[in-house]
Design a protein around this ligand. Structure first.
Ligand code: ZN
Length: 312
């Protein structure tokens, strides 16, 4: 699976470049040495290998801290690291970019620009996004939005729960970016809209709506976390290929609802509309400050609270 949650402007720029000249394969900076280290994480181990390049501002310790932070956030999300043994390979490329790919074999490969400053690693989302993929099954290509949406939705939430990103920032940025997941003229549901916006943000919208609806229907006692953990507990990690029906059935059984199946029919099989402004208002994300008097404020607080399902 390939992951590239690029900014829209970057996509447009790339399209322009591609129109002028055939894109070259990503260049790799010449490494001076390869360092290997085994990192124990909650419920598993990470075999970390890093290409070192002399003069790069990010030290091996900076890179190790970056991987550890992401692993802590992901282990907290799943109630333990999602695979017993994971290999993380950090390749060095020119520039400052960070691009990752997760594989079903339990490998995460990240291309890290040699000029990336250490501070950028501390606020990075890519490593967390890729590690989240490991705890969810591989699906048929037309459902890739469900995998990418899961990582897109839960990455900032997972980091907020362990104090790595401010809660308010998570909600502001989520509702800033979600409109990119709405359907455009001619679209016919997420299964039939293989665009960047539908894949990443349409998928994230599915998981946000699922999380909110599960919590509404269960008095905030169950959540999308329960669905995720049940799917993983049933063996549904990235090394396994599951039909979508199995994901929906196992997830819904865990919450005692039919929210996932209902949302799948509504968002995946036909063109849909979602009132994002109304949803933001109900969650209390519209004003200058997060609004704790909003009807669904308790649900919003629970989603980003340190212990899932419990308001702070
Ligand atoms: Zn991804």
């Amino acid at each position: 699976m390939s992951c590239a949650r690029l900014a829209v402007s970057a996509i447009a720029a790339l399209a322009v470049i591609a129109a002028i000249a055939a894109p070259a394969p990503p260049a790799r900076a010449a490494p001076t040495q390869l360092t290997r280290k085994t990192l124990p994480v909650n419920g598993g181990t990470i075999e970390l290998s890093v290409e070192q390049v002399s003069g790069a501002p990010s030290s091996p310790a900076d890179i190790e801290r970056w991987v550890r932070r992401a692993a802590i956030a992901v282990a907290a999300l799943y109630g333990g690291f999602p695979m017993r043994r994971v290999r993380v390979m950090v390749w060095r490329t020119p520039g400052r970019g960070i691009h990752g790919t997760a594989f079903g074999s339990g490998l995460v490969r990240v291309r890290l620009g040699v000029e990336t400053p250490p501070g950028r690693l501390d606020s990075d989302w890519v490593m967390t996004h890729e590690l989240i993929h490991l705890g969810f099954p591989d699906l048929d290509e037309r459902h890739i939005w469900m995998e990418e949406g899961l990582s897109t939705y839960f990455e900032p939430i997972a980091r907020a729960r362990v104090g790595q990103v401010p809660v308010e920032q998570v909600w502001r940025e989520m509702f800033r970016d979600l409109p990119q997941g709405l359907q455009r003229a001619g679209d016919a549901g997420l299964d039939r809209t293989p665009t960047w916006g539908a894949t990443y943000w349409g998928g994230a919208l599915f998981w946000l709506l699922a999380d909110v609806q599960i919590r509404e229907r269960t008095g905030n006692r169950r959540s999308a976390d329960d669905a995720l953990r049940a799917i993983l507990a049933a063996g549904g990690d990235q090394s396994r290929h599951w039909p979508i029906e199995q994901v929906l059935a196992v997830g819904d059984r865990a919450t005692g609802t039919d929210v996932l199946a209902g949302l799948y029919r509504r968002l995946a099989l036909r063109r849909f509309e979602v009132d994002l402004r109304g949803l933001a208002a109900r969650l209390g994300v519209t004003g200058a400050r997060l609004d704790d008097r909003a009807p669904l404020a308790a649900i919003r607080r629970s989603i980003t609270a340190p212990e899932p399902g419990r308001a702070r």
